[in-house]
Design a protein around this ligand. Structure first.
Ligand code: HEM
Length: 222
């Protein structure tokens, strides 16, 4: 992309367009396709939910300190927080002792470490991770939820799929519009915006790597 595009295109468009290819790749990963195609059991879904917990813990542990940051601060919004919902889902899926002995898969550990590093050292980079997860959860996440409900029999918007239910965001489309306005107003120069876009691509790649690890744990026997 040339520098003219960075200057003239709204940042929300830039980041969406630039990550489009990675989105398709993540979306069509073998694990995602198998899971959403109903070819995997609830164990795979539970294992996936555990991986998300490590990622959101990194995102949200960092959020507290970043809420006052001039660049990342405006993105930190309590209605997005997911860790409590994931913990409730995991209690439902695994029982009260879900946390005992729980370890991230290697790709998950790498992903969470990168999020934590950005949260600590590079607030603008944290925005890339924030966007990749939360805007995705508000979009395609809703497809995952309804598939999970049908496939494994969770109560609609109930325990097991609460991660996908944003109780405090009654109108996700409007929220996403507001979020894109925040992106367009991001407190960063063109070079820094380009770095955020690159970090977003990295965030997608980190997600795809988690799917790859999960795919190895849950190969299709067919
Ligand atoms: C099977 C899995 C997935 C499906 C079906 C899916 C589907 C979608 C759909 C339909 C949208 C467009 C919503 C809109 O225009 O408002 C969207 C947007 C988005 N998805 Fe996904 N997605 C999936 C996986 C992922 C993954 C794994 C990530 C990254 C972790 C992700 C991140 C995003 C982001 C960041 C957006 C917002 C793009 C923007 O408008 O700026 N998605 N997804």
């Amino acid at each position: 992309m040339d520098s003219t595009a960075t200057t003239t295109t709204p940042f929300s468009t830039l980041i969406r367009t630039a990550s489009h290819e990675q989105h398709t790749e993540a979306e069509s990963s073998t694990f995602m396709s198998d899971m959403l195609g109903g070819r995997l059991g609830v164990e795979a879904y539970a294992r996936y939910t555990e991986q998300l917990w490590f990622v959101y813990r990194a995102l949200e542990d960092g959020a507290e300190t970043l809420s006052e940051d001039p660049v990342a601060g405006p993105f930190v919004q309590p209605e997005l927080m997911r860790a409590a919902e994931l913990e409730r889902d995991l209690t439902h899926l695994r029982g009260e002792g879900w946390r005992v002995g729980l370890e991230p898969l290697p790709a998950t550990a790498a992903y969470a470490a990168r999020v934590a590093e950005c949260a600590r050292e590079w607030p603008a980079g944290y925005i890339a991770h924030h966007y990749t997860r939360y805007l995705g959860d508000l979009s395609g996440g809703q497809i995952i939820r309804s598939t999970a409900e049908k496939t494994w029999g969770f109560e609609r918007k109930g325990d097991g799929v609460r991660f996908y239910v944003f109780e405090q965001i009654p109108n996700p489309a409007a929220f996403k519009r507001g979020y894109r306005e925040l992106l367009d107003a991001v407190n960063a120069d063109d070079l820094e915006k380009q770095r955020i876009v690159d970090e977003c691509k990295r965030a997608f790649a980190l997600n795809t790597a988690v799917f790859r690890d999960l795919g190895e744990v849950f190969p299709l026997s067919a």
